[in-house]
Design a binder for this molecule. Structure first.
Ligand SMILES: [Zn+2]
Length: 230
């Protein structure tokens, strides 16, 4: 029973190697990272659009407030020029000072908004540049990756066919256990070394070691590899 699975695992190395060549290929990595950027870029642009709209309305409000304050300032000036009573002149002078303070605060706010607007514009430009670069990267690498995949297709199919042949000799329940683990690592099944896991060297518990002696295939409690003994 174990022999059939070991034969399967040995042959499975070919398939594994093809998978690693594909998943580790630079073309795949570059195409995927470009695609990931391009998939997310619309959301980034929407966010920037929203920020730009908010800043623009805040800016317009400031300008409107600014106009009102300037108007008031002129009114006070005219009134101060026309006033004859000293108290009234004093009062108008104080009011004008208050107004100037408000104008200064507002000017600072306007300057801050202008800086933020510049930041958003720069971000838009950056996004545009990055998008163009990602499009080029994707266009260059996606076909290269497809080519690589295509070049390995025959080898991959042959390996799969041969594995299917070997699969029929393995106990189905054991095969299922193997394949479940195979999705995360390879090799899956190891012979024990002394009383320890053949992969991670963790000592087996008494009960697990007992099961091995009964001819069972156990699972390392530490690394999850399947274990057998001859
Ligand atoms: Zn282990």
């Amino acid at each position: 029973m174990i022999k059939a699975l070991l034969d399967y695992q040995e042959k499975d190395a070919e398939l594994r190697e093809i998978e690693l060549t594909l998943s580790g290929s630079e073309e795949r990595k570059k195409a995927l990272s470009a695609k990931k950027y391009l998939d997310g870029v619309e959301a980034s642009i929407n966010k920037l659009d929203l920020k730009a709209a908010e800043l623009s309305s805040a800016y317009e409000k400031c300008l409107a407030d600014f106009g009102k304050l300037k108007e008031q300032e002129n009114e006070f000036k005219t009134a101060a020029e026309e006033a004859e009573d000293m108290n009234a002149i004093d009062y108008l002078g104080k009011k004008t000072d208050e107004l100037l303070g408000q104008i200064r605060t507002l000017s600072a706010t306007v300057a801050r908004i202008e800086e933020e607007i510049k930041g958003v514009i720069a971000e838009f430009a950056q996004t545009k540049k990055k998008t163009a670069a990602a499009q080029v990267q994707y266009k260059e690498n996606a076909p290269k990756y497809a080519e690589l995949k295509n070049s390995l297709k025959e080898k991959q199919e042959t390996a799969k066919k041969e594995l299917d042949g070997l699969k029929s000799k393995v106990d189905p329940a054991l095969m299922e256990r193997y394949l479940k683990k195979r999705a995360s690592f390879y090799p899956v099944i190891y012979e024990i070394k002394g009383n320890a896991c053949g992969f991670c060297s963790m000592q087996l518990s008494m009960s697990e070691a007992g099961k091995l002696k009964n001819g069972e295939i156990i699972e390392c409690e530490h690394c999850g590899r399947l274990l057998f003994t001859k």
